[in-house]
Design a protein around this ligand. Sequence first.
Ligand code: PLP
Length: 431
Amino acid sequence: MDLTFDLSSISTEALTAMHAELEQQHQRLVAANLKLDLTRGKPAPEQLDLSLPLLDLPGEGDYKAADGTDARNYGGLTGLPEVRQIWGEVFGVPAGQLIEGGNSSLALMHDALVNNVLFGVGDADSEPWRQIKFLCPVPGYDRHFTILEGLGIEMISVPLHEDGPDMAIVKELVAADPSIKGIWCIPKYSNPTGSVFSAEVIAELASMSTAAADFRIFWDNAYSVHHLTEEEVGVADILAACEEAGNPDRAYVFASTSKITTAGSGLSFFGSSAKNVAWYQKFMFRRTIGPDKINELRHVRFLPDAASVKALMSQHRAIIAPKFELVLSILDKHLGGTETATWTTPKGGYFISLEVPDGCAARVVGLAKEAGIALTPAGATFPYGRDPRDSNIRLAPTFPSLSELAQATEGLAVCVKLAAVEKALAAGAAS
Ligand code: PLP
């Protein structure tokens, strides 16, 4: 731990000397012509290799589903029964309330929102969602915000804590404003903070009074089986909580196998109340004749039950947990115990969320870029790409190799320190 890097009680002379030393370190990084990338929340090639057998499945002559359906032909709009059964168990959704919908859960989220915007939620008296607002727990997932922005939906940021969104703020907002129609939630190992929603938060989301009768929770369970520790954290069942609270149609659940099997070529799912599933199916019927059943069958053969999914995910964990440990240990070595930076220690998911001093995130990203280290743009984790404190940076340790990660994180630590010292010097000059 670099306890010498404590800017809270340091003389201007010492700060100036530190600045000169850090500038030199940064110049050495620039001269090293690095080409490193901490932006990509993607599986590493070794992780994708785990699912290589998929590419040879279902195999010649093996194209019939359990009920005799010929997977090579049209039909089966909601997914093969065995697919819904297996993945319903994995994601905790009754098979009859789960639809398989193609290769991307983000596409299903987009479709659900577009359907709401064009036609409302499907109740007899529901109006299309015009001039509406959405709650966005922050820091959050930039692609969620991009969907809303593209549809002209106003985004309202609410703080995301370790156990979920700040429910006092959420409850006040949704109770007061009927134009607030929904909230994004990544309930487990959230992108990028690793937050895990507590049972209390989930019960409150399910039961809170909303001024909008057609309020919907967009429950993006992208990381439900992506554990980084033995603990294998669980979260409460949102559909059951909504049902119990008398709001059975409040939640839309989304998930996919993108970071389980093959990213972009997996299976994706929509789950909700029977009524909402029928509503969603109506739109799917117009949009497609049916999903890729050959890919469904491939997945059934490769992962025939929830236990096989669990076993595969522990192989993923063996590859990526050491990468997270490495990044965390380097951050700790250089920045631990100082007030300069804090970061999350996720128990799962794909990201570490780094907080640098206010006003420094864009500078850190810029310094890193000069040194050949690509970081997610500052602000990306906030609606409209604007982080009001300019302090959050999302780190994605899964894709690079261990040696690339070590170099990138060492370099990142220099950039964080340099930006912090620049800020401290500027503050000193101004006072
Ligand atoms: N949801 C979250 C929270 C993600 O982080 C990602 C990808 O990074 C996705 C959804 C994308 O899911 P899919 O590949 O199923 O479209």
